[in-house]
Design a protein. Structure first.
Lengths: 342, 306
């Protein structure tokens, strides 16, 4: 019944309704619109500004991609960012460590905290949503307890602030770190056995286990990596604002998840891409910045992001729904007694 | 006994905490602070019931906090413009119904994953509210607080209303066909469909009902203060989900009741005041709440492995 032409047509259609393509169009539309409305929007300085402000959420979204690929989720990254920022400040100011040593310790703390998530999820076979909901409270609570809710850490050495506020070789100083992270995660997800195994786990954990994939180890690694990235994001956040406080990164987990889902990664796991996530981060970053330039209220960014997310989701499930309807009609014609299973 | 393992263990933890308080900080049991605590938690209880329904049907709703904010502001603005109390109540519930039904439409109608849908609607409502109000409080007319009664009487009315609602919902979930439908759909939607239940319709109604309860809860909340904070309800969704999970509602759907979440909520709510009375710094509240959530799920994990 299917002719070659209809097959190639459906291939084109598939490419068109691919998340990445739709999102790229949205991104370009955003860019063109804001460029025509805002006066300085298109300038290089502003592009760097968008980049600078996207790095922390970007790092979290990057590492959230493999997590969601495995069918998991991590709600605790924003809280962990806060906890790491506080630990860094505490280690530097009160424990008297030098900044590099404090950074190193913070990265270890972040990885350990991420491993705690991983251990609870893999050892006790608990749903990631619930485990990370618990650590979401726990990490933020610890940050508040350490600072008594009021203490903030400031007056970091200027060379450290350079990392967050100045330019390195013409680009924002945190950009190289971000690009290294992008390349590392992209290679891991798309070009290594690790990335394949994440997908396999997301598609079917049991099947992955029978295929010889060390499912628990892989999950452990991916949550530990999320902890490490949260710590890196915490350092950059602190350097950008010149201040570490307990509420750092509040709500970042939601923006990170939004960027990933907007980028076409299935929330049920098994399929998705890092470049999609990058487009998602860019779409959110451009929107946030562009609305200010277009002199729209800042809050519109959240509203538009939410609507975009819903549209992207609908667009991604529409082909599946149409085929579902078709097959239902088909089975209804052949077997009038039973309805098809969708 | 084994069937109610979770309820009994949460109740035991609560009794233990109250016992420690009775010895070390008997001031906790003064009637007025206790009434204030319960009245403050009454709206959260109502929201938690809605969330429990949603989780039992194997969905999740993280937009209830934002819905709560929208309902509160709508009710506040209408009350300030002179609507009678009953009209305001209907408007708050109606707003909740519309917001919940929208979630339900997206989840059940378009079959989108509920966590992403409610994530999106949460951001939309919350940011939309911030845009409309710019953080401005709504001043309520005189005589609205505590329904124009004394504080104690108002608190008692709110607490009793919440408890009656809880009782009705516990009964409905156990003995009404509609309540059993929620369990059926949550444990196996396909089996439920073959048994003649319409899973998508059930899911839609569950979301709409959670919205109704949220609207009602927002009304219970604004009766307690002279102003409406447009930020009210922030983080409420996570508190409610935590209470439900601590109370033994399985996130994988189909299992749980409302007694557990009720006890879970009481336990989580008592931590903050308990810390004050035990002379521990209050900043530990959130960390301890997180630890309790983890403990509860760990207990569940260990039990299911045996």
């Amino acid at each position: 019944m299917k002719t070659p032409s209809s097959k190639s047509l459906s291939a084109i259609r598939r490419l068109l309704v691919r998340h990445e393509t739709v999102l790229l169009v949205v991104l370009i539309a955003e860019w063109v619109y804001f460029n025509s409305v805002g006066r300085h929007f298109g300038s290089l300085d502003n592009t760097y500004d968008i980049l600078r402000h996207s790095v922390e959420i970007g790092l979290l979204a990057l590492v959230m991609t493999p997590i969601i690929l495995t069918g998991g989720i991590d709600l605790s990254v924003g809280s962990l960012l806060g906890l790491c920022a506080i630990c860094f400040g505490k280690l530097w100011r009160d424990a008297g460590l030098s900044v590099p040593v404090a950074i190193l310790c913070t990265l270890c703390i972040g990885t350990a905290a991420g491993s705690l998530n991983g251990a609870l999820i893999t050892r006790l076979r608990l749903p990631p949503l619930i485990v990370t909901l618990g650590t979401y409270s726990l990490f933020r609570g610890l940050a508040e307890a350490i600072t008594h809710g009021v203490d903030t850490f400031t007056h970091f050495p200027s060379w450290f602030l350079f990392l967050g506020q100045e330019r390195f070789a013409g680009v924002p100083a945190q950009a190289p770190i971000f690009f290294i992270a992008v390349i590392a995660i992209w290679l891991m997800v798309h070009r290594t056995v690790l990335g394949r195994s994440f997908r396999a786990i997301g598609f079917s954990p049991e099947g992955a286990l029978y295929a010889g994939i060390p499912v628990r180890l892989r999950l452990m690694q991916v949550y530990a990596l999320a902890g490490l990235f949260s710590a890196v994001a915490a350092i950059i956040y602190t350097a950008r604002l010149g201040q570490a406080k307990a509420d750092a990164g509040t709500g970042y987990e939601l923006f990170a998840i939004t960027a990933v889902v907007l980028g076409g990664t299935s929330i049920f796991g098994g399929s998705g891409s890092v470049h999609g996530t990058l487009l998602g981060i860019a779409a959110i970053g451009v929107l946030n910045n562009g609305l200010v330039h277009a002199q729209w209220p800042r809050e519109m960014a959240g509203v538009v992001t939410g609507i975009l997310l819903l549209l992207a989701l609908t667009a991604s499930t529409l082909p599946k729904m149409l085929t579902g309807l078709r097959s239902r009609r088909h089975t209804a014609a052949t077997k009038p007694q039973t309805q098809s299973v969708t | 006994m084994r069937r109610y393992f979770r309820e009994i263990s949460v109740a035991a933890a609560l009794i233990l905490l109250l016992g420690v308080l009775a010895v070390l900080g008997p001031a906790f049991f003064q009637i007025h602070p206790l009434l204030s605590l319960l009245a403050r938690e009454a709206p959260e209880l109502v929201v938690t019931c809605g969330i429990a329904f949603v989780i039992v049907s194997r969905q999740i709703d993280i937009s209830v906090g934002a819905q709560f904010g929208v309902c509160s502001v709508v009710a506040g603005v209408l009350a300030a413009s002179g609507w009678p109390l009953f009209g305001v109540l209907v408007a708050a519930i109606g707003t909740g119904l519309v917001l919940g039904a929208l979630n339900g439409l997206l989840v059940a109608g378009l079959r989108l994953p509920s966590i992403v849908v409610t994530l999106a609607t949460m951001v939309i409502w919350r940011e939309g509210l911030r845009w409309k109000r710019q953080g401005q409080f709504v001043n309520l007319p005189d005589g609205m607080q505590w329904l124009g009664q004394t504080q104690t009487r108002g608190q008692i009315v709110i607490i009793v209303a919440a408890l009656i609602l809880l009782g009705v919902l516990i009964w409905a979930m156990k003995y009404l066909a509609a309540g059993r439908f929620v369990y059926a759909v949550g444990s196996d939607a396909e089996a439920a469909r073959l048994a003649g239940i319409r899973p998508q319709l059930t899911t839609f109604i569950v979301f709409a009902f959670a919205g109704v309860l949220t609207g009602l809860a927002s009304m219970m909340n604004i009766l307690q203060s002279p102003q409406v904070d447009p930020k009210s309800g922030s983080g409420l969704e996570l508190k409610a989900i935590a209470a439900a999970v601590v109370g033994g509602v399985a996130i994988s759907g189909g299992r749980g009741n409302l007694i557990g979440p009720f006890l879970g909520l009481l336990l989580l709510a008592c931590i903050g005041p308990a810390l004050t009375h035990l002379h521990i710094e209050a900043y530990w509240e959130k960390a301890i709440q997180g630890a309790i959530i983890l403990l509860a799920v760990m207990a569940e994990g260990w039990r299911s492995r045996k």
